[in-house]
Design a protein around this ligand. Structure first.
Ligand code: HEC
Length: 191
């Protein structure tokens, strides 16, 4: 225990940072991947981590909503509007989703899934640093002093991705078809 404490102190003193701080995460497998390998790892992670559930508009099929691949990961469509909230539901202890699952209403207000494509209205102008901060610290646009990201964006799970995985996801998202879609601004709850 003592040795551990001393090591931690030494690390902090020598590096000027906490050794196990939340800012960086090493993968257990720290193999160096080529850009191509990173991008396909990013595709694997995006397609297995449910990003499309909320970030892609849907087409309704007999089996229920399926992602609209023409608008893949482009967020809540700016041309859509939310259906009126049924009477009595506004303050009911329920969370409401639109049929495309790209917008949700709950005690935090109304949130709209972001455009993750590399268009300027999406992640086009984002740096990797912003992306990491958004997913690790839950900051809107990945900016230091911005508002917290609202539910249902599950960044509290995604903050456990390693640095390499976050870079892989970012690289993959940058290869998507850029889609022009300015997602509406989050609205706080009405008192
Ligand atoms: C359960 C729904 C849900 C899932 C799953 C989800 N997101 Fe989100 N995401 C949202 C919502 C809603 C927002 C907007 C939150 C806000 O405006 O505060 C958002 C916001 C974001 C933002 C911030 C955009 C900005 O402009 O600040 C990024 C980046 C992001 N999501 C990436 C991802 C990635 C990558 C995945 C998969 C690994 C993912 N999300 C999975 C719902 C989701």
């Amino acid at each position: 225990m003592k040795i551990l404490q001393i090591t931690t102190l030494l690390c902090a003193a020598l590096l000027g940072v906490a050794c196990n701080g939340p800012q960086t995460k090493e993968t257990s497998d720290s193999t160096t991947l080529t850009q191509e390998e990173l991008t396909s790892r990013g595709e694997y992670l995006v397609t297995t981590s449910g990003c499309t559930d909320c970030h892609s508009p849907k087409i309704m099929t007999e089996q229920g909503p399926e992602p609209d691949m023409d608008r893949y990961l482009s967020g809540f469509p700016a041309t859509d509007s939310l259906p009126a909230i049924p009477e009595g539901m506004a303050n009911a202890p329920w969370i409401l989703f639109n049929p495309g699952l790209t917008a949700a209403v709950g005690p935090w207000g109304t949130s709209y899934a972001a455009n993750l494509t590399p268009h300027a209205s999406g992640l086009g102008n984002w740096s990797l640093e912003q992306f990491i901060r958004a997913l690790r610290e839950g900051k809107y646009k990945g900016l230091e002093n911005s508002r917290p990201l609202m539910p249902p964006m599950p960044w509290q799970n995604f903050r456990n991705f390693s640095d390499q995985d976050l870079e892989a996801i970012f690289l993959y998202l940058k290869t998507l078809k850029p889609i022009d879609n300015v997602v509406p601004a989050y609205q706080p709850p009405t008192p």
